[in-house]
Design a protein around this ligand. Structure first.
Ligand code: SAH
Length: 263
């Protein structure tokens, strides 16, 4: 039997945010490989084996998955959100490039998932209506001065910025520093979204003005995505309901250009 490997995105949380194609890939697998808590979300059918590993051993996990596939197993490597966004797909290809020549003949595919940034944006309104970028604040895999240089560039270019991996026990101060930097480039009323555990039962979405966001950095955790608005990102207050945050599609100094037919 010839093996295969699929890198599957589970989406941000609940099963209804898993695509049917990802579901089918999971069902077809003989072996499920991934970080323990992601595997815990999945029911196994008879004949399937789960291989849980720690979060920090991505390349070792990728090599293990490739090895299993080379032995003839139908392997699914799982990732939260989308597997190509700060996740396992790149680790698998890094392991493939540096690995056994025989692995290059394996059928390998990627099944996309809804990434945290898109799930958080949908909950908030339409903050990604204009140009945007995503930056991981984790300095486990890149130096902090590279992160701040990219942040500065993105802030100067007036992108909406999604911050993945904003904070952890080992990285307690980085988010505060990133938001302090952002506050130098953005007006105090610019919306900043703290989207925690989107799509899970303990989901919390908070929208704070830039002026308050710096002080709130400590309230974020590893399950939080932080989104910093661009200069045009705004918030619509609604009685008795959460505000809507959106970024107009048109870039202009005149407000409401879209409604004037200037798109
Ligand atoms: N591949 C994942 C991202 C992995 S990096 C994806 O596409 O979503 C891990 C970071 O993603 C977390 O620190 C957090 O910033 C963000 N994240 C993942 N799931 C999330 C969720 N349900 N709600 C909010 N942020 C989430």
């Amino acid at each position: 039997m010839s093996g295969s490997l699929t890198i599957v995105g589970l989406g941000p949380g609940e099963p209804h945010w898993l695509t049917p194609a990802a579901q089918a890939a999971l069902e077809a697998a003989t072996d499920l490989v991934g970080y323990g808590p992601y595997l815990d979300r999945l029911a196994v059918r008879g004949g399937q084996t789960k291989h849980a590993s720690d979060n920090r051993v991505e390349i070792a996990r990728a090599r293990y998955a490739l090895q299993l596939a080379a032995e003839g197993r139908a392997v699914a490597v799982v990732s939260g959100g989308d597997p190509g966004v700060f996740a396992m797909a790149a680790a698998v290809f890094e392991a493939l490039e540096a690995g056994e020549p025989g692995w290059l003949a394996l059928p390998i595919s990627v099944e996309p998932g809804i990434t945290a940034m898109l799930a958080a944006a949908a909950r908030a309104g339409a903050p990604l209506g204009g140009d945007f970028c995503a930056i991981s604040l984790s300095d486990n895999l890149k130096p902090w001065d590279v992160i701040t240089a990219r942040l500065e560039a993105a802030l100067s270019a007036d992108f909406v910025i999604s911050l993945y991996n904003p904070i952890s026990k080992a990285r307690p101060w980085q988010l505060g520093e990133a938001l302090t930097l952002a506050a130098r480039h953005r007006a105090p009323e610019t919306p900043v979204i703290f989207a925690r555990a989107v799509g899970r039962p303990d989901e919390v979405l908070r929208v704070l003005p830039m002026s308050e966001a710096v002080g709130a950095a400590g309230s974020a955790d590893m399950a939080t995505l932080v989104m910093i608005g661009a200069s045009s990102t705004r918030s619509i207050a609604r009685p008795g309901q959460a505000p809507i945050v959106y970024t107009p599609r048109s870039v202009t100094k005149i407000p409401c250009a879209t409604s004037q037919g200037r798109t």
